[in-house]
Design a protein around this ligand. Sequence first.
Ligand code: HEC
Length: 161
Amino acid sequence: MNKTGCVLMLALAGPVLWSGCADRQKLPEPPPLMGEVPDTRTPVHLPQEADRAHREVMMQHLETVQVLVGALADEDFTLAKGVMEAHVGFFARRHVITRQKMEAIPPAYQTLALAHVQAGKELAAIIPTRDMKQILPRLNGMLKTCMACHLEYKVGEPASR
Ligand code: HEC
């Protein structure tokens, strides 16, 4: 290696070595952008009308969560329990209607739906303790059942999206 090459190599390698030795605090990796995550969800086929009904139920789910958290923040445990019980009942009724129109719902989807209803019941049952240390883990448990299904399924034609 000639002199210029040697100087160049040192110039390039120096900072790399230096940064490697320096005791710098490592920044945490930023979370991946949503678009970069491959969509591995299984599509469930729903006729248009049932898709709309299903999405309406989902929006009700979200509304329930908001009213529930608001009631807990206000320490209105009667409202919180009432909202949860109404939600479970409503969900069960609407789910039956939607289910009848679903052409081929995977049994695993129904299992996830049942797990959600079960988590909702458990949450409703713990609310009268008025103990947030018991209520919050159940609320989290219920929200996990929303996530579990959303990660697994979407509405759509097989291999369309
Ligand atoms: C058993 C499965 C399942 C459970 C449980 C579930 N969801 Fe969903 N949800 C779905 C599917 C499937 C979609 C449609 C996703 C798509 O194709 O874009 C959806 C869509 C939604 C949407 C979007 C609605 C729209 O208009 O597009 C919201 C909001 C939502 N869910 C909220 C919730 C909340 C909040 C919970 C829990 C309290 C919940 N869901 C529980 C399956 C589920």
